[in-house]
Design a protein around this ligand. Structure first.
Ligand code: DGL
Length: 216
């Protein structure tokens, strides 16, 4: 089984690692599309064009399953990709709102790219999962994924974005790049649980691939 994975750079590598752990026997190709980073600050049409190129490359290589290891590309493009490529199976990465709700936290901060924060999917994720008595605060972080990708000015960017952040008991890392600086982010929220979607994505890929194998 050939599985393709892509992100706007190294953000998706933590998802790639989790997927490999649960499906070591599959064959993988990872596209680190850093020349087009940041995805989170592109228009829908620009992003669709970029993402189609990645999907075409992975499909030409022979991938049957494509993992979008990027919250921005998932929240903004996955529905259209499923329509445009009916022969491929897509697994996306979404901000781990469900997981945050499960922690029982009362005040939850979601940090993500502008593209993810402003997406309709972000709104529906909250509507679908939010429980009474829970407050969600959304914080758009322009420039942060780019700083992480290029390892340039991360500390200054974080300080600028988080210096006035509210006190919360859970933080959702809604961009795969942010998982790479989890400890730095956690240092702003010493009491909070920090959650991301990496393991959830790997679990869904495993279920999907095992189903495909069963039906072969
Ligand atoms: N790592 C991606 C995400 O999860 C995209 C970051 C970017 O390129 O803006 O949203």
């Amino acid at each position: 089984m050939k599985i393709g994975i892509f992100d706007s750079g190294k953000g998706g590598l933590s998802i790639f690692d989790e997927v490999k752990k649960v499906l070591p026997e599959a064959e993988y190709k990872y596209i680190a599309d850093s020349k087009n980073c940041p995805y989170g600050e592109k228009s829908d049409e620009e992003l669709m064009e970029i993402v189609r190129r990645n999907v075409d490359e992975l499909s030409d290589w022979g991938a049957r399953v494509i993992v979008i290891a990027c919250n921005t590309a998932t929240t903004r493009c996955i529905e259209r990709l499923r329509e445009e490529y009916p022969g491929l199976k897509f697994v996306g990465t979404e901000p781990a709102i469900k997981l945050a709700v499960k922690t029982g936290a009362k005040k939850i901060l979601v940090i993500a790219t502008p593209g993810t924060i402003e997406s309709e999917r972000m709104e529906s994720l909250l509507e679908e999962n939010k429980k009474a008595g829970q407050e969600f605060i959304l914080l758009s972080c322009p420039g942060l994924a780019d700083a992480i990708e290029n390892d340039d000015g991360v500390d200054a960017k974080l300080a600028e974005l988080l210096k006035d952040a509210p006190e919360v008991d859970c933080v959702v890392l809604g961009c795969t790049h942010y998982s790479l600086i989890r400890e730095k982010i956690a240092s702003y929220f010493p009491e909070a649980a920090i959650v991301d979607g990496d393991k959830g994505v790997a679990k869904r890929v495993k279920e999907l691939v095992e189903n495909l194998w069963k039906n072969e």
